[in-house]
Design a protein. Structure first.
Length: 217
């Protein structure tokens, strides 16, 4: 049985600590360290010891690792922290949080795009739901200023019930598609910017402007 972690060489640098604001499948709610080039998973549930660093720039030392083949894990870069501290010039929380801080609220397309990549609490009206007989479909949110943004994969049954209504949704914000890999320096590459879209979290769609949408009660 391959159940041991397989460690790479130690690394150090600067990054930002992020927490998934809501739990997903199998109660996964990650604690992450986001650097300029990578996104490392620190724990599968919110690490309360790191809440004081939530959304803060930090300096760190650690060891990337791959969990053993026979250990259940997600496909992500994992990191064991050896040291962590606030980055120079980064102010601590006035009062250290004891719970995962909610994501910032966005009420326009411009505000949503400013939070990419990351999480957002998005408030708008479900303007359109693509016709589909499948479980998953595409939806469009319209904001009060008239701007719109797409959510390319939503549960049709849940969103159809709230069509035309004002809603709050907790969603990961980012490009609809990842950049195409460089296969060859001579091969043409699609450089068309991918639109920023919403990837809603499970069970995080609420009717109205709901401050704690997605919170488990």
């Amino acid at each position: 049985m391959d159940t041991e972690n397989h460690y790479a060489s130690p690394i150090e640098g600067e990054g930002r600590v992020e927490f998934d604001p809501v739990a997903g499948g199998k109660m996964f709610q990650g604690t992450w360290l986001v650097t300029r080039g990578s996104r490392y998973l620190l724990s599968y549930r919110p690490d309360k010891a790191l809440l004081k660093f939530a959304n803060k720039r930090v300096v760190f030392k650690g060891r990337p690792y791959r969990p053993g083949r026979d250990v259940q894990h997600i496909l992500a870069e994992h990191l064991h922290l050896d040291q962590i501290a606030l980055a120079p010039g980064e102010a601590p929380w006035p009062v250290e949080p004891t719970e995962v801080p909610p994501p910032k609220t966005a009420r326009s397309k411009k505000e949503v795009e400013a939070l990419s990549p990351g999480w957002a609490r998005v408030v708008g009206t479900i303007a359109k739901i693509a016709a589909s007989e499948q479980m998953w479909t595409k939806a469009t949110l319209r904001f009060d200023d008239g701007s719109t943004i797409d959510a390319p994969s939503v549960r049709r049954e849940d969103w159809s019930k709230l069509a035309g209504k004002r809603v709050t949704v907790i969603a990961s914000v980012g490009p609809e598609r990842a950049p195409a890999p460089i296969v060859s320096l001579d091969a043409p590459r699609d450089t068309t910017p991918s639109p920023i879209v919403l990837f809603p979290a499970p069970d995080a769609l609420c009717e109205g402007d709901v401050a704690d949408c997605g919170a488990r009660r």
